[in-house]
Write a protein that binds this ligand. Sequence first.
Ligand SMILES: [Zn+2]
Length: 61
Amino acid sequence: MNPDNILRGFPDLAAVAETCPRGCTHLADAPDCALDEAVERGEVDPARVDSLRRLLGSLRG
Ligand SMILES: [Zn+2]
């Protein structure tokens, strides 16, 4: 598993994440993650972002 594989499981979020800065981890502490902006605009489901971040965070171990 790597971040790209995980994102493929969340196609709606992956489309948003394509606009993230290069090298964005998409985690809660990522400074300019587009997922945060999309949640603020109500464009994505915050629960799905949480699920994605749990999976991505588990990679960092
Ligand atoms: Zn991001």
